[in-house]
Design a protein around this ligand. Structure first.
Ligand code: SF4
Length: 370
């Protein structure tokens, strides 16, 4: 009943927008987060939208935006005899380059390499404690996992023979990247569903620049289908009013300041650095690297692994894969000729098909009703 009522209100608002902006004008609402995309596809929310409201997926999948270079480095380390701890999705992520005949950590494992899938940094630390090998934890993720890494590092919960390759990324710079190319006209009918879990750490204030500086309605949303419908309705209301604001819909988890304890911890252990995003490029101050004080835990320092040089980095892509366009909402997964042919959830070819937060994976897994 609630969903039907929201659907009715969304239709009403879409009619008002049509009257203001014309029949043909499309309202685009981007959800940053892979988990929002999951709910949208899983619950068929796109199918409930009026014709002039388009929901588009954004770059909210940390595995999808991790440059191939770092996977290639991890493969090299595993082939040299180091132990690699990784999440299950990164384990299957395909590198662009072939390293000694190997293109993923799962292939290294099948050749006898020491690669272990874990669910958290503490999990990895527990295994590393009872292993004599030098090991590396591939620290991929957004602000949601950063406090966990920070507390493990600052509380000395990590064994001396394990280090972390911090590939953590910050979400606001990527959001800024996705809207910067929009014209004023496009911005007038654009809205953003901002990530709920990330915002529970960084706070809703982090997104105010979208409404204040770029005039884009922004709602920090929860992940239930009703949350998402409410957020869409709020964005449409703001478009009708022609006044953009940042609103917290996910009040049960998010406040304006965020989690001060978690933010202080992140700041104590990490510093923001310019970082490379696969499919996007170099974004200023968009990554987190380990501070000098904790460099014994930093794989880059400890093992002398070279980081990407922002001035000379070439973002290499897998031939035919259009993930770089999928992650900024330029195309839908079904527009990639490899979707569900060469690239499937069982045998992922491109990065957007590997993770549960990848748009191609979600569309493949739950159908593609538009
Ligand atoms: Fe890349 Fe596969 Fe998505 Fe195509 S379907 S864009 S190959 S991840």
């Amino acid at each position: 009943q609630l969903a039907l009522e929201l659907k009715r209100k969304i239709e009403e608002l879409s009619k008002k927008i049509k009257a203001k902006f014309g029949e043909e004008k499309k309202i685009k609402i981007m959800n940053f987060c892979g988990t929002h995309e999951w709910s949208i596809v899983r619950y068929g929310i796109r199918a409930l939208m009026p014709k002039n409201v388009e929901l588009i997926a954004g770059p909210g999948c940390p595995v999808c935006v991790t440059p191939s270079y770092y996977i290639e480095e991890a493969i090299k380390l595993a082939l040299e005899g180091y132990k690699i701890y990784t999440y299950g999705d990164t384990y299957r992520l395909m590198a662009v380059k072939n390293i000694s005949g190997v293109k993923s950590l799962s292939e290294v494992k099948s050749l006898g390499g020491d690669v272990q899938v874990v669910t958290s940094i503490l999990d990895a630390s527990k295994y590393a404690n009872s292993d004599s090998k030098e090991s590396i934890f591939l620290g991929i993720g957004f602000e949601t996992v950063a406090p966990g890494y920070a507390i493990a590092i600052s509380s000395n919960l990590i064994p001396k023979k394990m280090s972390i390759m911090s590939l953590l990324k910050l979400t606001p710079p990527a959001m800024l990247y996705t809207i910067k190319g929009l014209t004023e006209e496009e911005k007038s009918v654009f809205g953003i569903i901002a990530p709920g879990h990330v915002s529970s750490v960084i706070g809703a204030n982090s997104w105010k620049f979208l409404s204040n500086d770029y005039n884009i309605p922004t709602v920090i949303s929860g992940f239930e289908p009703i949350d998402i419908l409410v957020s869409i309705m709020e964005i449409l209301k703001q478009i009708v009013r022609k006044r953009a604001e940042t609103v917290i819909e996910y009040k049960r988890a998010v406040n304006w300041e965020g989690n001060k304890f978690a933010k202080n911890l992140i700041n104590e252990v990490f510093y923001p650095s310019d970082d490379a995003w696969r499919g996007i490029g170099i974004l200023p101050k968009s990554g987190l690297r380990i501070r000098e004080k904790f460099e014994d835990y930093d794989s880059f320092k400890k093992l002398g692994i070279r980081e990407i040089d922002p001035l000379n980095w070439k973002d290499e892509k897998l031939p035919g894969c259009r993930c770089s366009e999928v992650i900024i909402g330029k195309i839908k997964p079904i527009e990639c000729p490899l979707f569900m042919k060469k690239c499937t959830p069982e045998n992922p070819y491109g990065p957007c098909m590997v993770s549960m937060e990848g748009t191609c994976y979600i569309w493949a897994r739950f159908g593609t009703i538009e």
